[in-house]
Design a binder for this molecule. Structure first.
Ligand code: CIR
Length: 255
């Protein structure tokens, strides 16, 4: 991975979308500090990190992964599934073009969040979820016709990658309870090894070469993640978790 793209946390972050109101409200200053530490961890592992300014009209704009899907030298700029988030992608597109990516747009009624797209080698898995619809999946297939695209039903949770991410060439980490998702992936990739973690949020981990960035504070799940054979890098993201965010959501990675 050469370049990562991130977007700062806006002052309106506490108004973000979330599945449940957190018992302790979001501390925006702390969210910004946690985001800065995450960006620091990326800087140490990428040649370059492009930082886009926050847009206060979009409280969720730091979850930049949802605004595009990058495969090879092409990016499909998404039409986010939540109406409140539509428009976040506008500032992302020129940044992707400046990185040399050929950008394709989506058109209504298609919706797709990048958090629903998991690339595993040559295969693309896409979650059909509350945010990604059938038209969105069709436009994803059309954008990357050279790849096989597998649809996976997301019955629980926000996105596909809320419950499964890659932690190696042939290893995925999966939230306990998302066995059906793991089985759908195994149908396409029978050699895949799944590590099931008891803490759902830990299933969203960010694999970067020898390192595996994971949410701190979940010792039982960390012990299981260690079986991936990577150097574990804990990242504190309590305030971003309150917004249903994880570690992949906070960046777009350009191979
Ligand atoms: C949302 O509901 O859209 C944001 N609060 C969280 C988005 C997290 N993104 C991701 O998992 N890719």
């Amino acid at each position: 991975m050469r370049v990562a793209l991130v977007r700062h946390v806006p002052e309106t972050f506490a108004e973000c979308l979330r599945s449940e109101a957190p018992p302790v409200p979001i501390d925006v200053a702390r969210a910004r500090a946690q985001h800065a530490a995450y960006v620091g961890a990326l800087r140490a592992r990428f040649e370059r990190v492009v930082e886009l300014p926050a847009d206060p009209r979009f409280p969720d704009c730091c979850f930049v992964e949802d605004t595009a899907v990058i495969v090879g030298a092409r990016a499909l700029v998404s039409r986010p599934g939540a109406p409140e988030r539509r428009g976040e992608e506008v500032a992302v597109r020129p940044a992707l073009e400046a990185l040399g990516l050929a950008c394709l747009a989506m058109s209504a009624p298609a919706t797709l969040d990048g958090g629903d797209v998991l690339v595993l080698g040559d295969e693309i898995f896409v979650g059909r979820s509350r945010r990604t619809n059938a038209e969105g999946i069709a436009q994803l297939c059309a954008a990357f016709p050279e790849r096989r695209v597998h649809e996976v039903l997301v019955a629980r949770g926000l996105h596909l990658k809320s419950s499964v991410t890659a932690v190696g060439e042939r290893t995925i980490v999966v939230a306990t309870g998302a066995e059906a998702v793991a089985a759908a992936i195994a149908r396409a990739l029978p050699e895949i090894r799944a590590l099931f973690v008891p803490d759902v949020r830990v299933a969203n981990a960010l694999w970067l070469g020898d390192d595996l960035l994971h949410l701190s504070g979940y010792p039982a799940s960390r012990e299981i993640l260690a079986r991936a054979g990577r150097r574990l890098v804990p990242i504190e993201a309590s305030e971003l978790e309150k917004a249903d965010g994880g570690l992949t959501c906070l960046s777009l990675r350009v191979p």
